[in-house]
Design a protein around this ligand. Structure first.
Ligand code: ATP
Ligand code: MG
Length: 561
């Protein structure tokens, strides 16, 4: 799918909202919510949902709540809550005072369940989980009614109260909505709405041993918060009739409406919490914020910007059919944003020493460099120049191909922001035979100007002054997986992990001006790509940089693979 196709896809959700406003539904109000379950960190797929929900609220001058959808004690935690809050805020969205927790509604949800029982619309079922599955039927066969379906209201109320009181073991009873065991939609065949689970909840502790199921809790949480448009992903399409059924039984007015859109899939990564948890727990990555992870925390650490992620979400648009979005589209958004914002600097990843024979010993020149070629308001800095420089090993070729524009025997090349140098001779390591140094001469009149005799120098290479440059560790990231769609990979998805997704370069050199650069700062290292100071591992004594993206959409010719 090209970028244009994506942009052309119409936003059917906004069309629905426009219609609703026209007929003055909900008195013209728009209220959305972003409802993550705090059982993992947020990822780029969630960013799509966040941009959609908060974006719609902003556009229609409505509100968007942040709601922790925390009705299942298993796997939920405060660490995840904190990360979600941090990530949504970092993406640039504001829920004002509307941070809610579905677990705060447990009492209200329980009261709704009692109301359903009293209306004869719910019953306590004592079949085992396996029996419930058997009785449910299949796509082509209707289900069978549970033998407990016609329990009296009194008996149901009594049993449900005793479920809450902790009298029964897990799995012995459930509360089910009494709908239609012959419905063509299996979801409507008397779905379970409450189950017994003797497990502490990270917020309510041991107060509850019955927990509402998603289908019951979600639509009623929406109703409690007066949500108008409840936007979720396509896997809930079949559950919409149940959403409506529950709301219609229990809510009189201003009923929320569920609208489904296609979830985001991005190539060369996985976006399911279960799989991301597996990557973290089995230490395939260094944590949720590993810069290779598609999590917001990982992308932040990698150096992706909120603007780039929001632009990406705008570009992919919202539609009803699932597809796999090329990760290079996300990378292009990052590149576009950083091209504007990141100051330029020089760094050498694989150093080769160059000695300028005719440059005075001990002299250090301060060369003024623009921080950004197109944005003069970003100012200038000085970069030291001296007799001993590092250049990129790959910028010298002993036997260059035709049209080679970098340094080679008999050739001249311009040092970026500085002088033209000419190759004189090379030194080899006696033992290994490898080139260990290059001797050159420089043309003093060429500081940012042409040679005096008008000879043409085409190539430009970057460099740092060897004695002033700062040694740094540079982490080069590649895609986490070798295949475009690891989730569809047959067998264990981890077998398609890219074993070379991280390359650590420990002997790199960055220009002296980056000495006290703050964690999180981003730069374009000229000719190499965009890099940022790692927010976790970098220190003034041992700077660590992450490569955010290479300059072009081919993995770095110079410093990449
Ligand atoms: P997973 O299926 O990976 O476990 P989830 O859907 O259970 O994720 P939630 O915390 O329930 O994760 O998601 C919160 C919101 O984000 C939901 O409204 C969900 O629909 C939406 N969401 C989750 N993943 C994606 C995705 N890949 N693309 C778009 N929206 C998503
Ligand atoms: Mg979910």
């Amino acid at each position: 799918m090209t970028q244009q196709d994506i942009q052309a896809s119409s936003d059917f959700i906004r069309e629905i909202i426009d219609e609703d406003i026209k007929i003055n539904k909900h008195s013209g109000k728009v209220a959305t919510r972003f409802p993550p379950e705090p059982n993992g960190y947020l990822h780029i797929g969630h960013a799509k949902s966040i941009c959609l929900n908060f974006g719609i609220a902003k556009q229609y001058k409505g509100t968007c709540n942040l709601r922790m959808d925390d009705t299942d004690p298993a796997g939920e935690s405060l660490e995840y809550v904190d990360s979600i809050i941090q990530d949504v805020r970092w993406l640039g969205f504001d829920w004002e005072d509307r941070l809610f927790y579905a677990s705060d509604y447990f009492e209200a949800l329980y009261a709704f369940a009692i109301q359903l029982i009293k209306a004869g619309k719910a019953y306590v079922c004592s079949l085992t989980a396996d029996e419930i599955r058997e009785y449910r039927g299949t796509l082509i066969e209707p289900g069978q009614e549970s033998p407990y379906r016609n329990r009296s209201i009194e008996e149901n109320l009594d049993l449900f109260a005793r479920m809450r009181a902790g009298e029964f073991e897990d799995g012995t009873h459930v509360l089910r909505a009494k709908i239609d065991m012959a419905s063509p939609n299996i979801v409507m065949r008397d779905p379970v709405i409450y189950r017994i689970k003797h497990a502490p909840h990270y917020r309510t502790g041991n107060k509850w041993v019955v927990y509402p199921m998603y289908d019951f809790a979600h639509c009623l949480s929406d109703s409690i918060e007066n949500i108008t448009h409840s936007i979720c992903t396509l896997e809930f399409e079949n559950n919409r009739p149940l959403y409506d059924w529950i709301v219609n039984q229990l809510i009189d007015k201003n009923r929320p409406r569920q609208i489904e859109f296609a979830r985001l899939n991005v190539s060369y990564t996985v976006l399911s919490k279960r799989r991301l948890i597996e990557l973290v727990e089995n230490k395939y990555v260094a944590g949720w914020d590993d810069p290779r992870m598609p999590t917001i925390a990982g992308m932040r650490r990698r150096g992706y910007t909120p603007d780039a992620i929001r632009n990406f979400c705008g570009k992919i648009g919202v539609a009803k059919n699932e597809n796999l979005v090329d990760v290079s589209l996300l990378e292009a958004c990052v590149r576009d944003d950083l091209n504007e914002k990141a100051p330029r600097a020089m760094a050498v990843l694989r150093p080769l020493i160059v000695i300028i024979d005719n440059y005075p010993d001990g002299q250090i020149e301060k060369i003024k460099c623009a921080n950004h070629p197109q944005n003069p308001e970003m100012g200038t800095r000085t970069v030291p120049f001296s007799k001993r420089l590092f250049i990129e090993r790959e910028d010298f070729e002993e036997n260059p191909p035709k049209k080679y524009k970098r340094l080679a025997p008999g050739k001249e090349v311009r040092l970026r922001n500085a002088y033209v140098i000419r190759f004189e001779r090379l030194i080899r390591d006696e033992k290994t035979g490898e080139i260990s140094a290059i001797h050159c001469t420089y043309a003093p009149e060429t500081l940012n100007g042409p040679p005096s005799d008008d000879r043409k120098v085409e190539g430009v290479i970057h460099w740092v002054s060897a004695d002033q440059a700062i040694q740094a560790e540079i982490r080069l990231y590649d895609r986490l997986f070798n295949v475009p769609n690891p989730a569809a990979y047959e067998g264990e998805f981890t077998t398609s992990l890219n074993n070379n997704s991280l390359e650590v370069v420990t002997d790199a050199y960055v220009e002296a001006s980056l000495k006290n650069s703050a964690p999180g700062n981003s730069y374009q290292f000229e000719r190499l790509g965009y890099f940022c100071v790692d927010i976790k591992d970098s220190s003034p004594n041992k700077p660590v940089f992450n490569r955010i993206v290479p300059l072009r959409d081919s993995w770095g010719k110079i410093a990449g693979r």
